[in-house]
Design a protein around this ligand. Structure first.
Ligand code: SF4
Length: 211
């Protein structure tokens, strides 16, 4: 379980436990290849065994940072899109942060496991459901993109159960778990060819050697 950050310290979302923020290229999913400013928040209670951001899990390691500080840094580079990620960003009230970003005319994308109630306003929501802690019902209705991580062939049935719950316009992606990528890619390719409503997503940033 993630340890909690004292909510009083967050001042209604005007401060958030910031792990890191940086300008890079979105590596995966629908917006792969797009330059974007990433805001990574600390704290996650989902506990994926293969998580490549385990350092984010304990929010107490990341003192609340004023959102104005982060917004100013995002504005100091030419980014037109913001990716809010984690950890699990929906652990926190995101209205203040997304409101400020929107005031500046920036596009706002969210990466979430959908395990906590929504707050904030987004131009794009990428829902990545996890078996051990499935999304809340409301997350399926909010998803513009469903990104299912595939570790074994059992995950195709899990992917379909999730796809049955999102809206018709939601884009569907199968993405190999990084450490199983070589083994699983042939099955993912064949599955997408046989079920062309699915697209294949790979973590291109890892090939580009960027964060
Ligand atoms: S939901 Fe994301 S951040 Fe949380 S444990 Fe799973 S992969 Fe890691």
């Amino acid at each position: 379980m993630a340890q909690t950050t004292d909510t009083a310290l967050l001042d209604g979302g005007r401060r958030l436990p910031l792990v890191e923020d940086f300008y890079t290229i979105q590596g995966e999913g629908y917006h792969a290849g797009k330059p974007a400013y990433f805001i990574r928040l600390g704290g996650c209670d989902v506990g994926c065994r293969w998580c490549d951001a385990k350092y984010t899990w304990n929010p107490r390691l990341y003192p609340p940072t004023a959102i104005e500080t982060v917004v100013a840094r995002a504005l100091s580079c030419p980014a037109q899109a913001i990716v809010i990620t984690g950890g699990e960003p929906l652990l926190y009230p995101l209205d203040a942060l997304t409101g400020r970003l929107r005031d500046e005319g920036l596009e706002i994308f969210l990466e979430t496991s959908g395990t906590h109630p929504f707050s904030g306003a987004f131009d794009w929501v990428c829902l990545s459901p996890k078996r051990q802690h499935p999304p809340l019902d409301e997350a399926y209705a909010r998803a513009d993109e469903l990104k299912v991580i595939v570790e074994t062939e059992d995950d195709f049935a899990w992917a379909e159960r999730n796809a049955a719950r999102v809206g018709e316009a939601c884009r569907l992606y199968l993405q190999p778990e990084w450490s199983r990528s070589e083994q699983m890619m042939p099955a993912i390719v064949e599955y997408a060819k046989a079920h062309p409503e699915w697209n294949v997503s790979i973590q291109t940033h890892k090939y580009m050697r960027i964060p």
